[in-house]
Design a binder for this molecule. Structure first.
Ligand code: ADP
Ligand code: ZN
Length: 760
């Protein structure tokens, strides 16, 4: 039994006896068991069963009950959970816990309802029982149907106004009645259908057709991994749709429809891309189920239950949809596979893309990874021949890649007086584009107003920092502030959310403080001042509180009611609005100088993705990239739409130092309120890791302990130890050895992150 809490039982979990009433308990079922002295009821998952009791074990506590009455998890999910627990170093029960949404565990929206059907054997007795005309008609209708019906529906079929006659037939023994569990939800997927996308698919371009043909062939060829590298606007989604269509058709010829093959489509943070969901529903209708954070608990449970009981063949969802309990998976698609949000940053720290590949392997089906800017991990596999590579090098007919130019902000600053967030070039283009009737998108990947509050005296150097974290505080303008430092503003830490009042006077030198650095609020202020006639919407984590907010802003922009959309990276993905003719990157430098070896890769992706929003219709788009590093290769190559060039340079430099994907990595982050205790723990762990390496396996480099890039968050000091090797296996051996010895337990003070994507 794997208990659904953070007990890390690497040794195989807990044993329980199966009482007679639960005979037939299967692997993958969720049950309630007693735990500990007090016999507290906890939930757990059956991971193994054995018929004969182990003589070595004296007395076992019994399983108390089934935790839910649904079917057990499919076998492959049980195997997958074991793999995740081992590979990502996390408690098995917790992995199972993640596989089932909380709303389903708590049975939110679940109701018991009555169903009736004709008693089969009653047919002959019917003559002995006197029935009214209405009762007779009801009974005949029930016999004709043969199935379990809702009483109201049955009554409706013969025009009965009340349920009285149904009840009377039950009393007479001609109808049998039972109660069933149903999950009710008010989610109407048909309402999400995107009218903008025609139900009839467009004729494919040659490159799309070649990709579709290869993938359709792969559908009956077992496990294989495919990378679809298609530039922005090249019709990747259309490829997914066609391949899934072929998959569904392949099921039509099957005799048994109970186990039709289905598809899982992963999309990053789906609330941001209602368009994508709408396209799947427009093409496939009722057989689509969605799973994402924008649903209410009841809606999520209803969707999940539908998937589990075979009521949907296509699941479109965010990260955890990789665990969707489809009875039979025939294809997994991971859209925007490079997205960092596929990695969960809390226990269990799995990467949904890599889990998708593993699940496809267990299901014996193809997995399709798609992106305009593939991760270097996937790209290296494709170049190395382990993944099949399909390219879509051109935009769909009628659209062209936008022309991109780089603006040197250093030069701009020399040549122009005052503080301007938009360069003269970008300003001119915003004006011209608006006059020509075009819409624009401006990206700045930092929210708030300004990210530094400092003393203007350079000799003083004071800066407002968080009391709880080693980071600077960010100034957020209040709703009433019009002059930047107006009333109602607040200073906030983006790591622990602590708030302080703005210090208007430097506590060290007594000078009046100033704010500098950029944030979306400040850009918003400048645009409103410089372009009063422009209808502007801002999209960042501060303005977007719910999925409904996104939908509203995106719909208004899509309908042309807004002229300019300003936002953080959340506007860079998926947005498909034909009239966007101008894209401006206010600062390409926000990610460039982060102490993370993927800084260049992230910068490239962000620019290329947001640039891809321009010129998707008839009008050629323009992109302006503002930067203080105009010669940086990531920026130059992104502006030149040169992914391959970028990938080659970047791969070479990673190879030089053995960083992923040229090598593999695991990172252990330790945190503690007490820095001295933390240091001792770090030293001890590093020593144990080094000992395990020298005793077990060569070729693992242990680095650290060293302070994390952000050395303190929410009063907890943080240090890290990194394990590096050419391949994953030796790192796994070292981690497993420590884990089995009880020396390495993932908990709130120790985070083991295998294949980390964030390194701060
Ligand atoms: P990507 O996902 O690669 O950015 P999309 O799949 O969103 O691109 O396609 C962009 C637009 O082009 C969509 O409106 C889509 O319906 C349309 N489209 C896709 N394939 C074709 C095609 N072969 N001919 C015409 N339009 C197409
Ligand atoms: Zn803080």
């Amino acid at each position: 039994m794997a208990l659904e809490r953070s007990i890390d039982a690497a040794g195989g979990g807990f044993l329980y006896a199966v009482p007679e009433v639960l005979r037939g308990l299967a692997v993958g079922q969720r049950v309630v068991v007693p735990l500990g002295r007090g016999n507290a009821s906890v939930t757990g998952w059956v991971v193994r069963t054995q018929d004969t009791p182990d003589p070595a074990i004296k007395r076992l506590k019994p399983v108390l009950a089934l935790a839910d009455d649904g079917p057990p998890l499919p076998d492959e999910l049980v195997t997958l959970a074991r793999w995740i627990a081992a590979y990502y170093c996390c408690p098995l029960g917790m992995v199972f816990g993640t596989m089932m949404p909380a709303a389903a565990k708590r049975a939110i929206g679940r109701r018991m309802q009555e169903r009736v059907r004709a008693v089969p054997a009653a047919e002959g007795d019917r003559d002995q029982v006197k029935l009214s005309a209405l009762q007779g008609a009801l009974y005949a209708a029930a016999v004709a149907d043969g199935g379990w019906l809702q009483p109201r529906e049955l009554a409706g079929r013969v025009g009965a106004k009340t349920l009285g006659p149904v009840k009377q037939l039950v009393a007479k023994g001609l109808l049998e009645s039972r109660r069933v569990a149903v999950v009710q939800s008010d989610l109407d997927l048909r309402a999400q259908k995107e009218a903008a996308y025609a139900d009839t698919p467009p004729p494919l371009m040659g490159s799309q057709q070649r990709a579709v043909d290869a993938l359709v062939r792969a559908l009956c060829g077992g496990f294989s991994v495919h990378l679809l590298h298609g530039i922005t606007g090249s019709g990747k989604t259309e490829v997914y749709l066609r391949v899934i269509d072929a998959l569904l058709r392949s099921g039509e010829s099957l005799e048994h429809t109970a186990n039709l093959p289905g598809a899982i489509v992963l999309v990053p943070e789906i609330a941001l891309t209602p368009q994508t969901v709408g396209r799947f529903i427009a093409r496939f209708g009722e057989t689509v189920a969605v799973l994402h954070s924008g649903l209410t608990a009841a809606q999520r449970n209803a969707q999940w239950t539908r998937i589990r009981t075979g009521g949907a063949q296509i699941v479109v969802g965010a990260r955890s949809a990789v665990f969707a309990p489809l009875p039979r998976v025939g294809l997994i698609v991971v859209d925007e596979e490079h997205e960092g949000s596929y990695k969960q940053d809390q226990l269990p720290r799995y990467h949904a893309r890599d889990v998708a590949v593993r699940r496809a392997q267990l299901c014996g089906c193809p997995v399709l990874l798609g992106s305009a800017t593939p991760s270097l991990e996937s790209y290296a596999h494709a170049v190395g021949g382990r993944y099949a590579l399909h390219r879509l090098p051109d935009r769909v007919p009628g659209a062209r890649l936008p022309a991109a130019e780089i603006v040197d902000l250093q030069r701009e600053r020399r040549e122009r007086k005052g503080v301007h967030l938009l360069s003269r070039r970008l300003e001119a283009l915003v004006t011209r584009n608006h006059a020509a009737g075009g819409q624009a998108v401006l990206l700045l990947n930092r929210r708030g107003y300004a990210n530094y509050i400092t003393c203007p005296d350079h000799r003083c150097g004071w800066m407002m920092r968080c009391h709880h974290c080693d980071v600077t505080m960010v100034y957020h303008r209040g709703p009433s502030g019009s002059d930047g430092l107006g009333a109602g503003g607040v200073v906030r830490c983006h790591h622990c959310q602590a708030e302080q009042m703005l210090e208007r006077v430097c506590p060290e030198s007594g000078h009046n403080t100033t704010v500098f650095g950029l944030g979306t609020q400040r850009v918003e202020e400048e645009i409103s001042r410089k372009f009063p006639g422009l209808k502007l919407a801002r999209m960042d984590a501060d303005t977007m509180r719910s999925a409904a907010d996104y939908r509203r802003v995106l719909e208004a922009f899509g309908a042309g009611e807004t002229d300019l959309l300003l936002g953080t990276q959340m506007i860079a993905k998926g947005l498909d609005v034909e009239n966007v003719r101008l894209v401006g990157v206010v600062s390409a430098d926000t990610a460039l100088n982060l102490p993370d070896f993927r800084a260049s890769e992230r910068t490239f992706q962000l620019i290329a993705q947001v640039a891809g929003r321009a010129g998707r219709g008839r009008h050629r788009g323009r992109v302006v990239v503002q930067t203080f590093s105009p010669g940086d290769p990531a920026i130059v190559q992104a502006a030149a739409h040169d992914f391959e060039g970028f990938a080659q340079t970047e791969l070479k430099s990673r190879e030089g130092v053995g960083l992923p994907p040229a090598g593999r990595m695991a990172r252990i982050v330790l945190r503690d309120l007490d820095p001295a205790a933390l240091e001792r723990r770090g030293e001890a762990m590093a020593r144990q890791l080094r000992e395990a390496v020298s005793a077990l396996v060569a070729g693992v480099r242990v680095r650290g302990p060293a302070a994390c890039a952000i050395a303190r968050i929410a009063d907890h000091h943080r240090i890290q130890i990194e394990l590096m090797a050419d391949t994953a296996a030796p790192i796994q051996r070292v981690l497993t050895a420590l884990r089995n010895a009880g020396e390495l337990i993932s908990d709130t003070h120790t985070a083991v992150d295998v294949d980390p994507v964030g390194l701060l």
